[in-house]
Design a protein around this ligand. Structure first.
Ligand SMILES: [Fe+2]
Length: 258
C-alpha cells in the first residue's frame, strides 16, 4: 500500500467518524474509541518498523489499525453499549460497515481482502482455521497492536481514576477485591482464562498478563518491556498478594527473553 492510498483511507475514516459528531463534538465514549484507534495506528507502525517490514507493508498494517474498530461507531449509536455478547460482534459488523460504506474503494483486491479479514477476526478469541500466510501475518499484527494499547488504557484508566469511563473494563467488578483462585490457576497452567471467573481488578490484570504471553511478535513484547507496562500495572494494583506478584515475575521473565 502506498502512503498516498493510506492518506486517502485516513480521510475516508475521519469523514465516516465525523458523521457521529453532534455540534462538531464526539460523545465521550466514541472519543475514547477514536483516540484508541489513532494509538493503534501509531503502534502498528512502531511494531512493524521494529521488524523491518517494508514501507508498503507498514502502511497496510496502519490501514488495518485505522479500521479495526470502525464498527464501534454504529454499534454504540444503535445499542449504547460496546458489549458484543449483548449486542453485535464488532469484528463482523466492521467487515460489513467497510463494504457497505465502500470505504476501501481505492484499495487493490488483495489488500482489501487482507484488511477485511483482519478487521473481522481481530476480536475473536481464537485465530480462525485456514488463514493464508498473509492473512495470519496481518491478523496477528492487529491483535498485538490492539492489546498493546489495551495495556496502556487499563493502566491509564486506573491511575487517572477514570476506570468507570470504560464500562468494558470496570463494569461488574470488585475493584479492590483479591485475585480469584480459578483465574490464577488458569494463568499458572498457561490455560485460557475464563472471563466468567473474573471478579476483581486484580483478575483483569492477570488476564492481561496472559495476553502478554500470547503476543505473536517479539517486537510487541519489547515494547511492553520498554514501556514498563508491568511496572505500571504493579504501581496501580489495588491488592498485592505473593501469588499475584509471581504471575508478574513469570511475565517479566518472558519479556526479558526478547
Ligand atoms: Fe476491537
Amino acid at each position: 500500500m502506498t502512503s498516498n492510498i493510506l492518506d486517502q483511507l485516513i480521510g475516508n475514516f475521519l469523514g465516516f467518524t465525523d458523521r457521529y459528531r453532534r455540534d462538531c463534538v464526539l460523545e465521550p465514549m466514541l472519543r475514547l474509541k477514536l483516540e484508541h484507534t489513532l494509538r493503534v495506528v501509531a503502534d502498528s507502525r512502531t511494531i512493524t518498523s521494529g521488524m523491518n517490514w517494508p514501507e508498503n507493508e507498514v502502511c497496510l498494517a496502519e490501514a488495518i489499525g485505522l479500521f479495526h474498530d470502525i464498527a464501534r461507531f454504529p454499534q454504540f449509536q444503535k445499542y449504547r453499549s460496546f458489549n458484543d455478547s449483548k449486542t453485535i460482534d464488532h469484528g463482523d459488523l466492521g467487515f460489513q460497515t467497510l463494504e457497505k460504506e465502500k470505504l476501501l474503494a481505492r484499495v487493490d483486491d488483495e489488500e482489501r481482502s487482507l484488511i477485511l479479514s483482519s478487521v473481522q477476526y481481530h476480536n475473536k478469541r481464537d485465530l480462525p482455521p485456514a488463514l493464508t500466510a498473509n492473512e495470519e501475518k496481518y491478523l496477528r499484527l492487529i491483535r498485538d497492536a490492539d492489546r498493546l494499547d489495551i495495556f496502556f488504557i487499563s493502566w491509564d484508566s486506573v491511575q487517572s481514576g477514570q476506570i468507570h469511563d470504560h464500562p468494558e473494563i470496570g463494569l461488574n467488578i470488585d475493584f479492590n477485591g483479591p485475585p480469584t483462585d480459578a483465574v490464577l490457576d488458569q494463568f499458572e497452567c498457561e490455560g485460557t482464562i475464563d472471563y466468567r471467573n473474573m471478579k476483581s481488578m486484580a483478575d483483569r490484570f492477570v488476564l492481561q498478563l496472559s495476553w502478554m504471553h500470547d503476543l505473536s511478535y517479539d517486537s510487541t513484547k519489547r515494547l511492553v518491556r520498554d514501556r514498563k507496562i508491568l511496572e505500571k500495572f504493579i504501581d496501580v494494583l489495588p491488592v498485592k498478594t505473593d501469588r499475584l506478584l509471581n504471575c508478574f515475575e513469570k511475565t517479566a521473565a518472558l519479556l526479558e527473553t526478547v
